[in-house]
Write a new protein. Structure first.
Length: 302
């Protein structure tokens, strides 16, 4: 039974998950290489410790930028492979390289620990509200053992296969999201130039077969509102797309649309900085003047 959890990586996602697990009644400690991140979580009433001073817990939830950091946490700092108690659970919620995940999962098993890759969707708001989506790679029995922990964090838990499978499907998902942002922006821009209000265009798209989560959620919430505060950055999406292309190449797939999508997402560097919200990619085809052109015309006439 999992009662105590260490959250490693206290950025927007890790901090939100730590708070959610704490509210759900788990005993939570957090750690991050940045002291400021630890102090922020401590201010929320959750204990933290430097990497080298972690207390032993039943599970370790990783929320890290790349597979390189996941490997470091397992092998060297703090070195969970040698320091974590036998039988404890490692849950990698990062979006990582699937090939590295499979290698690391084998090392975790050899060390007498259990592994799940559990990349998430839903952004910081989902992490804070316990409404994430999780794609699970790992053994079914490990998933069942971890289910109370995962259900505290996620509204949707989907087991997609063995270790590394969750990360494969997450990369596939993010590739589609990236492509949908480009294609939806182009479709809305076409309609806008023809005098159709962008909101009306989206209503039409969402009533038909061209709809997607991007047209139903991203555009109304972050694009047309001009808020661009989803909590997911251009840099993270660019990283995920590079990983997706790398995975496809490693599997011997012929070059398809993925190459064009990856190149499109890198074409605006540095005009769109890695720190910008990832939804700003629509600016390539849908500048602000086109987003609400019909509305501006009405304002001018009035």
């Amino acid at each position: 039974m999992i009662q105590s959890i260490t959250v490693i990586g206290l950025g927007n996602m890790g901090r939100g998950m730590a708070l959610t697990l704490h509210r759900a009644g788990f005993e939570v400690q957090g750690t991050d290489i940045a002291e400021a991140a630890r102090q922020r979580l401590e201010a929320d009433g959750i204990a933290t410790a430097p990497m080298e001073s972690l207390a032993a817990t039943d599970a370790y939830l990783l929320s890290l930028p790349t597979s390189a950091q996941v490997r470091e946490v397992l092998e060297s700092r703090p070195g969970l492979l040698s320091r974590a108690p036998a039988g404890s659970l490692v849950v990698d919620t990062s979006t990582s390289d699937p090939a590295e995940s499979r290698e690391l999962a084998a090392k975790v098993a050899d060390a007498g620990l259990a592994w799940l890759d559990a990349p998430v969707s839903g952004g910081p708001s989902g992490a804070h509200s316990g409404q994430l989506g999780m794609l699970i790679g790992g053994q079914p029995e490990t998933l069942e053992r971890a289910r109370p922990l995962l259900e505290a964090l996620a509204a949707r838990i989907t087991h997609v296969g063995d270790a590394g499978s969750g990360h494969v499907v997450k990369l596939a998902n993010n590739f589609l999201c990236a492509a949908h942002l480009l294609t939806t922006a182009e479709a809305v821009a076409m309609a806008s130039r023809a005098g159709v209000d962008p909101e009306a265009c989206l209503q039409g798209l969402n009533s038909g077969s061209g709809r997607s989560a991007v047209s139903e959620v991203n555009f109304p919430r972050w694009v047309l509102s001009d808020s661009f505060d989803s909590g997911f950055t251009m840099g993270l999406m660019r990283k995920d797309l590079r990983l997706a292309r790398q995975a496809a190449e490693g599997l011997g797939m012929p070059e398809g649309l993925m190459r064009a999508v990856v190149e499109a997402w890198h074409a605006d560097e540095p005009a769109l900085d890695d720190s910008d919200d990832f939804n700003r990619i629509v600016r390539r085809m849908l500048p602000p003047s086109q987003q609400d052109a019909p509305n501006r015309e009405e304002e001018t006439r009035s």
